[in-house]
Design a protein around this ligand. Structure first.
Ligand SMILES: [Zn+2]
Length: 317
């Protein structure tokens, strides 16, 4: 039904999936840079099309998929399903000749403040990301982490320093902006985050009170910037905070070069990865983007699990 050759290709539909090399026809699960390329013809959701156009420039030929609405593609039924993760992120459900496959792309099962949670369905074959596929990556409850963030911001602001939160410009930047708004903080966004926030708002996602960085910062404001992005604020001390799933590892802040790291993830954590497999009940599961350890764990639990492709180099964001 599919082949893997430095990327996934659905053989039944002659369709590449999340391939970084240019293709004639490709499904794009979401607009993070490691999932997009300048394909000739793209299948994706409307928000992903808008984000891709923003990132790659120039409109391309797109077949917009409405989440939950099946389409017929070369005799195969394709359905995009919400994946959580970021605006527009979709899993792909494929049905052909009584067989079925679910490709997750990056996903998150637990609720976020800005996008609907992933909605898996049963499938014979499951291809899933397994980024946080070891028990070290069990994320604490959101409320607990947000409580820590609130305390930390209060201390930083009381010391008259500027809290600068490092968050990926697509997804985490908007999620943390909304969470900060809910905690009662005004947000100043780096232009790269702000551009994407405007696209979120054009699709009806409310992010609360925020403005674009104009070289100034008012007392009480919290800055949100892409990772390792400098902000020139004369005569003010900056305290850098990373919000990332990698922060589940105690030493993460040293590797990330920040003062504090808090575990807020837009990926499924270890328990959610296991839950995904239980909900899909596949005959075979292929794991991408993760360690072999997760594959072995699934095998121990009785699943027919296999790694797909080389284990990806570990990314920090
Ligand atoms: Zn992603």
């Amino acid at each position: 039904m599919f082949v893997y050759d430095s990327g996934i290709r659905l053989t039944v539909a002659d369709l590449a999936i999340d391939t970084r090399r240019r293709q004639a026809r490709a499904f794009i699960s979401h607009a993070h840079s490691d999932h997009i390329a300048r394909h000739d013809y793209v299948l994706c959701t409307a928000p992903t099309a808008a984000l891709m156009e923003h990132r790659l420039g120039k409109k391309r030929m797109v077949h917009v998929m409405e989440p939950g609405v099946p389409i017929d593609w070369a005799g195969v039924t394709l359905t995009a399903l919400p994946a959580g993760h970021c605006l527009g992120a979709a899993m792909l459900h494929v049905q052909a000749d009584g067989r079925s496959l679910l490709y997750t792309g990056d996903f998150k099962l637990s609720p976020s403040a800005t996008v609907p949670a992933a909605q898996p369905v049963q499938a014979e074959t499951l291809i899933m990301e397994s980024t946080f596929g070891t028990p070290d990556y069990r994320m604490p409850p959101h409320a607990e982490v947000l409580g820590q963030l609130g305390d930390l911001l209060r201390r930083i602001l009381e010391a008259e320093a500027v809290p600068v939160i490092e968050a990926y410009s697509l997804g985490k930047g908007q999620e943390i902006t909304r969470r900060l708004h809910d905690l009662g903080h005004a947000v100043v966004q780096h232009p790269r985050v702000w551009d994407i926030s405007k696209i979120y708002e054009s699709f009806g996602v409310h992010l609360g009170r925020y403005r674009q960085w104009d070289g100034t910062i008012e007392p009480g404001e919290v800055a949100v910037v892409p990772p390792r992005c400098r902000l020139d604020i004369p005569r003010r001390r900056q305290v850098r905070i990373a919000v990332t799933g990698w922060a589940a590892e105690p030493a993460a802040k040293y590797r990330l070069g920040v003062a504090h790291a808090l575990p807020l993830s837009d990926h499924a954590d270890y328990d959610e990865l296991l839950e995904m497999v239980e909900r899909v009940e596949p005959r075979v599961v292929y794991c991408t983007h993760g360690s072999e350890e997760f594959v072995h764990r699934l095998q121990e639990l009785g699943w027919n699990a296999r790694p797909l492709g080389r284990p990806a180099q570990r990314r920090l964001f």
